[in-house]
Design a protein around this ligand. Structure first.
Ligand SMILES: [Mn+2]
Length: 320
């Protein structure tokens, strides 16, 4: 067994009451991993609470029928340990950071590249498709049985972070883990329908509006869409409706980098970046103060929209 995995397992064994945290703007991997970690810890006889700054996107609510994920832990819950999932930097968890006091042991499980070694034992593997895949490693190492609900949670983590087994992080190991989860009761078809085929009318309207604003640069190698608060209002769309639009921007024959910029009512611009070939989205995002994966990354900026766009396009050109 890898030394880091052994250390993480020992720290999990040493814990009694565990607060399970993950990043802001949760996704299928963070939600599925948090819920599966709670089951894992309870199977080990531990008490758990799951907290996230932001609510569970509706498409992932099926994973959490008992509504176990909250913005605050229960008032009488006194954790001794924090498990930080799918992120390594505490600033990625937003408001939830206030619950991670210095007296708590911290265990980190993550697959994001380019992060500094966190405090406490950490199982970090940038080769892993998802944090869910790393939790499968832990469960199997502990010889615990994966039940159908936990299998759904972990399968969703893997399938969503691999873009439905299409991204470059789709490997023999992630596919094999998914197959074992299906054998344990995960439902690939039901999950695919739940996470990919439940779009709202507002999301289709916003997609149509976004594609209408598509601009191509660098001989069609870069695609860019900027959404402003008016676009959101006109479509009665919220953050959930924005999810997935950027994937269309990179699904073109010539495109190496697709960018979705979205100005929030506060003026802050959220930038989502998707890349292909050898263009490293995380390197571009890091240069702009953000981070992420080699093909999917992002950052936020307070610059005016035109300036933000110019700066980003200049940076992208260095990487093409
Ligand atoms: Mn992830």
């Amino acid at each position: 067994m890898k030394k880091v995995l052994r250390e993480v397992i020992q720290a999990l064994k040493n814990s009694r009451r565990v607060l399970i945290c993950s990043h802001i703007e949760p996704d299928g991997d963070s939600i599925g991993s948090q819920l599966a970690m709670a089951v894992l810890l309870e199977d080990m006889g531990k008490e758990t609470a799951i907290v996230n700054q932001d609510p569970v996107p509706s498409r992932y609510l099926f994973l959490d029928p008992d509504r176990r994920i909250h913005a605050q832990p229960p008032v009488d819950f006194q954790p001794d340990t924090v498990v930080l999932l799918d992120c390594s930097k505490q600033d990625r968890i937003g408001e939830t950071r206030r619950y991670i006091t210095d007296d708590l042991a911290v265990i980190t499980i993550d697959h994001h590249p380019g992060v500094p070694q966190p405090r406490g034992p950490a199982y970090l593997d940038v080769e892993a498709s998802s944090t869910g895949e790393l939790i499968v490693d832990i469960i199997e190492e502990l010889n615990l049985t994966i039940g159908p609900a936990q299998a759904d949670q972990l399968y969703t983590a893997i399938v969503s972070d691999t873009g439905g087994f299409r991204f470059p992080n789709t490997t023999a190991k992630s596919l094999a883990a998914a197959a074992r989860l299906a054998a344990r009761g995960a439902r690939p078809y039901d999950i695919a329908v739940k996470i990919y085929e439940q779009r709202s009318v507002a999301s289709l309207r916003l997609l149509s509006r976004a594609l209408g604003k598509l601009i191509m640069y660098e001989g069609d190698r870069v695609s860019l869409v900027c959404l402003v608060p008016d676009d959101m209002e006109a479509c009665r769309a919220g953050q959930e409706e924005v999810d997935g639009i950027v994937d269309f921007l990179v699904a073109m024959k010539t495109v190496e980098a697709g960018v979705l910029m979205r100005q929030l009512p506060s003026g802050i611009i959220k930038v989502n970046l998707r890349t292909r070939m050898d263009v490293k989205a995380n390197k571009i995002a890091e240069a702009m103060g953000g981070g992420g994966h080699p093909n999917a990354a992002g950052y936020r900026t307070r610059l005016p929209l035109d300036q933000a766009k110019d700066e980003l396009l200049r940076e992208i050109c260095k990487h093409l």
